[in-house]
Design a protein around this ligand. Structure first.
Ligand code: HEM
Length: 238
């Protein structure tokens, strides 16, 4: 398969969706792990942490050259996944226009498998808001990050924890984030096993194990993400 075919043929598009999808799935796990450091502040861990563990992790991620370079690859991954996703959705729609003799509904496939384009679009809109909230201030404008903190390792850093607290002080923001996390859960529920199937990594011996890991991942990761704005708004952390 040539490079051109990878990006233009329908098999090539499925493969790039699978590869970039698995890459984004691994990013989400790291992103969740770093952000979950805010839970150190829960009263039964260390109510006096005040975001130190999270700020240390964010400081490490923001100042390490290799990780900053990976950020470029990450954005490239998002870009290819989104563009190919839209193209795949458009070609599926034109095929559906020709129509099936019988509409199988939920018996043919689950509603979320048929709604990957819609779920992906909700996630894209969420990402634009999300980058506006955190990534742009952290990397470029420093809006809301004027105060610096001295971390327990002696380094001076932006107070990302305070920015998170301020961002999640509004209910509408919390609700938008929770809706995005629910969309993410359904997007992953189909995407995880679909990526493995497309790349031929789910042979019959491992298919039930891969499906089980996929379902577990699709529920646990978005749930932990959703608990972040909820915990901040309800004052469980911060
Ligand atoms: C719902 C809870 C979430 C919280 C509290 C959160 C928090 C953050 C923070 C603080 C940053 C800035 C990191 C920095 O610049 O130091 C960030 C960046 C980012 N977030 Fe999230 N995030 C959440 C969910 C998500 C989800 C569900 C996705 C993907 C679907 C996502 C994708 C990204 C991306 C791509 C970046 C920019 C790249 C990076 O800085 O690593 N986030 N997020």
């Amino acid at each position: 398969m040539t490079w051109k075919q990878i990006f233009t043929s329908s098999v090539g598009k499925k493969i790039t969706m699978g590869v970039t999808g698995l890459f984004l799935i691994s990013f989400l796990l790291i992103h969740m792990g770093v952000n979950a450091c805010i839970f150190k502040d829960l009263s039964f861990f260390d109510a006096n942490d005040n975001g130190d563990m999270f700020n240390r992790a964010a400081d490490f991620m923001g100042k390490t050259v290799v990780i900053r370079l990976m950020e470029v690859v990450l954005f490239l991954g998002f870009f290819v996944h989104i563009i190919q996703g839209f193209m795949l959705e458009a070609s599926n729609r034109s095929k559906r226009k020709i129509g099936y003799a019988v509409n199988l509904g939920d018996k043919g496939s689950k509603w979320y498998s048929r709604s990957m384009g819609l779920l992906g679009t909700i996630l894209l809109l969420f990402l634009m808001l999300h980058w506006w909230h955190f990534w742009i201030p952290s990397r470029f404008t420093h809006a809301g990050l004027e105060n610096e903190v001295i971390l327990s390792n002696g380094r001076v850093s932006h107070d990302m924890f305070a920015l998170m607290k301020a961002t999640f002080s509004e209910w509408w923001v919390v609700i938008v984030y929770v809706v995005a996390c629910i969309s993410l859960a359904y997007h992953l529920l189909h995407g995880f096993q679909s990526a493995f199937r497309t790349l031929g990594l789910s042979n019959s011996r491992y298919i039930s194990l891969i499906n089980a890991i996929g379902v577990g991942y699709s529920i646990i990761v978005p749930l932990i993400f959703a608990l972040m704005p909820i915990s901040m708004k309800l004052g469980w952390v911060g």
